[in-house]
Design a protein around this ligand. Structure first.
Ligand code: UT7
Length: 349
């Protein structure tokens, strides 16, 4: 059975750099608070009307396709991971198919938030291993800047997130020392509402814990999207940051260790760990827990903030472009986020 290799990788971040100090215009926060709690110094925001999640994804994808030495016509399946799609439906995958004038292939959208890219890679890996497809385009892209609460009320979330996109092309490889060794996917829906965007949705407050339902002010039977929701700013994401943080620092090391154990490796064998860029403090905790040196972990949250489904391909691409990942290196991707979902992938570059 062939393995899947990353045959090409690309990234795109919008030009517009937004520093922590730039956010002071909108909310009561400080550069010091943001850097101390998250490590973030700046993030990028897409052009409000000129760029979308899909257009950014296409820019990253075009580079990945070129680096794989193929053309869009060679792509035989598209997987698009995002939580900020151009439309509520259809997904972004079909928009990529249309824009790149790819033939009538399958296009799948993955909704696993921060773990979305690793989930997407895992799905692509199964199609390659089964022999069904030969050139799978996997994209992670987010335009968060369009859907955040930029008032002080939303500051615990809005200072963290940024826009950007990353993409890879997966192809089969028969080389002994190359490709995805294994992927590991997990979920625990018990705390689904701790990091979520409730509206618009069909939940009618059915699942919300009482204190959140009271806050949400949407009556059962209310419309999918109502004036009250907008008036009360309930169309923005909600996050219980400390609760997510506590779970993340347990599940990140666990899922990395699981991937290593499944392939008879130790943490010291990792050449590069690419953690989802949720918070620099989380990455540092994971590094310490696994006993990794600084050169074994790549972080770029300082420059881009948390770009959810785009964060792993962005970090992987930058690390590779900087020459920090070489052929044959053992690379581990790991993510945790809303759902909760968490996942890892271990691969030989
Ligand atoms: O990628 C998806 C997964 N997401 C994550 O993994 C995020 C995990 N969580 C976190 O990264 C952290 O919880 C945050 C960075 C979101 C928040 O940091 P924290 O240290 O957990 O802060 P907190 O939410 O406990 O808030 C502490 C204080 C509060 O004030 P009081 O009640 O102590 O007076 C907040 O109101 O900090 C205040 N605060 C802020 N102050 C200035 C919250 N956001 C801000 C802000 N600027 N942007």
């Amino acid at each position: 059975m062939p393995r899947s290799k990353i045959a090409g990788i690309g990234m795109y971040v919008p030009e517009n750099v937004v520093t922590n100090n730039d956010l002071l215009k909108y909310m009561d926060t400080s550069d010091e608070w943001i850097q101390e709690r998250t490590g973030i110094k700046a993030r990028r925001y897409a052009d409000r009307t000129g760029e979308t999640t899909t257009t950014m994804g296409i820019k990253a994808a075009t580079i990945a396709i070129e680096r794989a030495g193929i053309t869009p016509q060679d792509i035989d399946f598209i997987i698009f991971a995002t939580l900020s799609p151009d439309y509520y439906f259809p997904g972004c995958g079909v928009l990529v198919q249309r824009a790149l004038k790819i033939k009538e292939i399958g296009a799948l959208d993955v909704r696993n938030q921060c773990s979305g890219f690793v989930y997407a890679i895992s799905v692509g890996d199964q199609f390659i291993k089964s022999g069904m497809y030969k050139n799978i385009l996997v994209i992670g892209s987010e335009k968060h800047s369009f859907g955040l609460d930029f008032t002080t009320r939303g500051r615990n979330i809005s200072v963290i997130f940024g826009d950007g996109a990353g993409a890879v092309v997966l192809q089969p490889t028969e080389k002994e020392n190359q490709g995805i060794l294994s992927t590991h996917l997990h979920s625990d829906g018990e705390s689904a509402e701790m990091l979520a965007m409730y509206n618009p949705g069909t939940h009618a407050n059915h699942w919300l814990p009482q204190k959140l339902a009271d806050f949400n002010e949407v009556e059962a039977g209310d419309m999918f999207m109502s004036h009250a929701m907008i008036d009360n700013a309930q169309n923005f994401p909600f996050m219980d940051g400390p609760a997510v943080f506590k779970k993340a620092i347990v599940k990140f090391p666990e899922v990395v260790t699981e991937a290593l154990a499944a392939n008879n490796y130790k943490a010291s064998d990792i050449n590069m760990l690419i953690p989802h860029q949720a918070n620099l403090r989380i990455s540092q905790f994971v590094q310490q827990k696994l006993g990794l040196r600084d050169d074994q972990v790549y972080n770029n949250i300082q420059r881009y903030g948390n770009t959810t489904a785009a964060s792993i391909p962005l970090a992987l691409c930058e690390a590779w472009q900087e020459g920090k990942i070489q052929e044959g290196d053992l690379v581990c991707l790991a993510a945790f986020g809303s759902g909760y979902t968490w996942a890892s992938a271990l691969l030989k570059w």
